[in-house]
Design a protein around this ligand. Structure first.
Ligand SMILES: Nc1ncnc2c1ncn2[C@@H]1O[C@H](COP(=O)(O)OP(=O)(O)OP(=O)(O)O)[C@@H](O)[C@H]1O
Ligand SMILES: [Mg+2]
Length: 180
C-alpha cells in the first residue's frame, strides 16, 4: 500500500540529563517499530542541566552505538514539530511511566498536534523494572552517595559519581523538560 512506501521516521525528544536505562529501553522498543529513530537531545536551558549538551549527546551516542537505525541530534532554539519537519519525521515517541507522567504528556501531545496536525505522538511503556526511573532520581541518589549501577549505562554512572558535589550545588533539575 502506498501509505508504507516511505520509511517511517520517529523522533524521541528529551533532555537526557543523563540518559538512563529507562530511556534506553524506550529507544530499543522504538527502534524495533520504526524504520529510523532520531533522538533529539534538547538544550533544555531552563533545566540548569548537570551535563552540558555535548556531554549528554556523547552519552546517548555511546548508549545507541550498536543500534543501526538510531541516530542522535541536538535540539536547540526551535519547536520540536519544526525539528520533526526538518528530518521528515511523522512520529514523536514519548515514554510513559506511572500515572504521574500522564497529564503532562497528554498536554504536550495535544499542543504538538495543534502546532502540527500531521505528526502523531506515540507512547511507549518501559519494562517494569524502569517504571519509576528518572534522570532526576539518579542524580539525587548519586548526590547522597548511593549506587546507580543498573539504572544508567556504566560510563554515565562513573560520571555521576565524579559530579557528586556539583549535583549538590545545582540540584537535580526536576522540572519538566523542553518538549515543544
Ligand atoms: N524510565 C522511563 N521509562 C519510560 N519513559 C521514560 C523513562 N524516563 C524518561 N522517560 C521518558 O523519556 C522522555 C524524555 O524524558 P526526560 O529526558 O525528561 O527524562 P526524565 O527521566 O523524565 O528526566 P527528569 O527527571 O529530568 O525529568 C519523556 O517522554 C519521559 O517520560
Ligand atoms: Mg522528565
Amino acid at each position: 500500500m502506498e501509505k508504507h512506501a516511505s520509511p517511517i521516521i520517529a523522533v524521541y525528544p528529551g533532555s537526557f540529563d543523563p540518559i538512563t536505562n529507562g530511556h534506553v529501553d524506550i529507544i530499543k522498543r522504538a527502534s524495533g517499530i520504526f524504520d529510523r529513530v532520531i533522538i533529539a537531545v534538547a538544550e533544555a536551558l531552563h533545566k540548569n542541566t548537570l551535563f552540558t549538551l555535548k556531554e549528554r549527546l556523547d552519552f546517548v551516542e555511546e548508549a545507541v552505538k550498536d543500534m543501526e537505525n538510531v541516530e542522535v541530534k541536538p535540539l536547540r532554539g526551535k519547536l520540536l514539530v519544526d525539528f520533526c519537519k526538518e528530518v521528515n519525521a511523522s512520529i514523536i515517541v514519548r515514554g510513559l511511566r506511572a500515572v504521574s507522567d500522564f497529564e503532562y504528556e497528554f498536554k504536550l501531545a495535544w499542543i504538538n498536534r495543534r502546532l502540527h496536525g500531521d505528526i502523531e505522538t506515540v507512547f511507549l511503556i518501559p519494562s517494569e523494572e524502569y517504571a519509576y526511573l528518572a534522570s532526576s532520581l539518579v542524580k539525587e541518589i548519586a548526590t547522597l552517595g548511593g549506587r546507580v549501577d543498573g539504572l544508567v549505562p556504566k560510563n554515565v554512572a562513573e560520571a555521576l559519581y565524579r559530579k557528586k558535589e556539583e549535583i549538590k550545588r545545582k540540584g537535580t533539575g526536576e522540572v519538566h523538560e523542553q518538549s515543544l
